[in-house]
Design a protein around this ligand. Structure first.
Ligand SMILES: Cc1ncc(COP(=O)(O)O)c(C=O)c1O
Length: 422
């Protein structure tokens, strides 16, 4: 086991940032920059924390693949007993490739195509989390064509407001595109109840992301359990309650969700209802387990401003400009330099291409390595080739071991599949 289990991921030892037992600067020199580094021992400890907290109830951790879909990460999570929350045929393909059994997968998303539904039925996923009446009708048709029964739960919109850091990450209030409005969920179950090719087996909510208090979950679950009782009275006996993901982590000095406290609040309710509990954690399993190492190219001073221009930007990490996401940034090496207030920006031709604005940092020099923290979720997963950028390599560290789990892209990768490629 790496040292990071004891001290949190990516500790500073003798003034230098460590990834597992290795120096971050050494990894940057060896594998180049920008570079995503993940700490497997931290991911293990997060999965263990969830399993332990929810051990009193039959539960499944359906890891939200969208957070970080790297095959090696998925494989490791599958081996730790996790399933998958998938949102597309592509994520289903990835999760299967990584060896996650289909019967541990739930399929969410408002726009499932007939092909995706057919693929998921052929593979035998555990359940669809259904987001509308027309979607359920389509699932019924596709299942009938195959002569099978599609298991599903309705994703209900509990109309609970969860105070997430950005409006784009709130999903549980009435105005979002997600879920079935509270008042119509029962009709959907009634309609499905007697259909030959549909099996209503569960119910689902996802109220948002980066939520740090148990309270909105408790509110949503109380509402949903009432509905479960009403449905049972109408002969619809459900077997699972999926409470989605969104458990907050610590991006700055504020603590994330206390997972044990959340479990204490909700496990007795779910147990009393006799339901299997599904959770869809994404960032809370992998977010803190990643850093992005990026090398300073130039320090540019203009009137009243200092720009630290690094070789990673919005094409590698879009959270700062897309969600106003905060990520801690620090020099990977010893921090001797004097502090200055700087904008840390990338090389992309967009004013929105920044990693941090107005940040106090020890003023780095050309060639220094900066580490951007808490990027294990929605980091590489949202990376792009915009501006002809090559997507970075990803490495996985486990104590003193390090493995490239995705090679850095090459120029040829940029034109793959295009007419004139050869
Ligand atoms: C339905 C659903 N489940 C789970 C997640 C995972 O969220 P998080 O990574 O914040 O845990 C999301 C995130 O968008 C989601 O939409």
């Amino acid at each position: 086991m790496g040292q990071s289990v004891l001290t949190g991921p990516f500790p500073r030892i003798a003034g230098e940032l460590r990834c597992g037992d290795l120096r971050a600067e050494e990894l940057a020199d060896r594998f180049g920059t920008p570079l995503y580094v993940y700490d497997l021992s931290w991911i293990r400890s997060r999965v263990a924390l969830f399993h332990e907290a929810f051990s009193d109830v039959d539960h499944l951790l359906a890891y939200s693949v969208k957070a970080n879909g790297n095959l090696s990460i998925l494989r490791a999570l599958g081996e730790m007993g996790c399933g998958a929350d998938i949102t597309s045929g592509g994520e289903l393909f990835r999760a299967l490739k990584a060896g996650i059994p289909a019967d541990r997968m739930v399929f969410a998303g408002v726009g499932k195509t007939a092909n995706e539904i057919g693929y998921a039925l052929d593979e035998g996923i555990f359940a669809f989390n259904v987001e509308s009446r027309p979607e359920l009708e389509r699932i019924d048709r596709v299942a009938a064509e195959r002569g099978v029964r599609a298991r599903f739960g309705v994703r209900v919109n509990p109309d609970v407001f969860a105070d997430t850091p950005h409006e784009y990450t709130r999903t549980g209030h009435a105005e979002t595109k997600f879920g079935v409005p509270w008042g119509t969920a029962t009709d959907l179950y009634r309609w499905a109840r007697d259909r030959e090719h549909l099996a209503p087996i569960g119910i689902d909510v996802h109220i948002g992301s980066q939520i740090v208090e148990p309270e909105p979950y408790v509110k949503a679950i109380d509402r949903v359990l009432e509905l479960v009782g009403e449905l049972a009275a109408e002969g619809v006996e459900l077997g699972y309650l999926d409470i989605g993901g969104g458990y907050g982590i610590s991006y700055d000095d504020k603590p994330g969700m206390d997972v044990a406290a959340l479990a204490r609040d909700i496990v007795p309710k779910v147990k009393a209802a006799g339901l299997r509990l599904l959770l869809e954690p994404g960032r809370s399993l992998v977010g803190e387990a990643g850093v992005l190492l990026t090398r300073v190219q130039y320090v540019k001073e203009t009137e009243g401003k200092i720009f630290v221009i690094v070789d990673g930007g919005m094409s590698e990490l879009i959270r700062p400009s897309h969600y106003g996401g905060y990520h801690g940034i620090e020099p990977a090496g010893k921090q001797g330099q004097e502090s200055a207030t700087v904008d840390v920006v990338g090389p992309i031709c967009e004013t929105g291409d920044f990693l941090a604005l107005g940040r106090d940092l020890p003023l780095p020099s050309e060639g220094d390595i900066l580490a951007v923290r808490t990027v294990g979720a929605y980091g590489f997963a949202m990376a792009s080739n915009y501006n002809g950028r090559l997507r970075p390599a990803e490495v996985l560290v486990d104590g003193a071991d390090v493995k490239v789990i995705r090679r850095r892209e090459r120029f040829e990768d940029l034109i793959r599949g295009e007419e004139g490629e050869a």
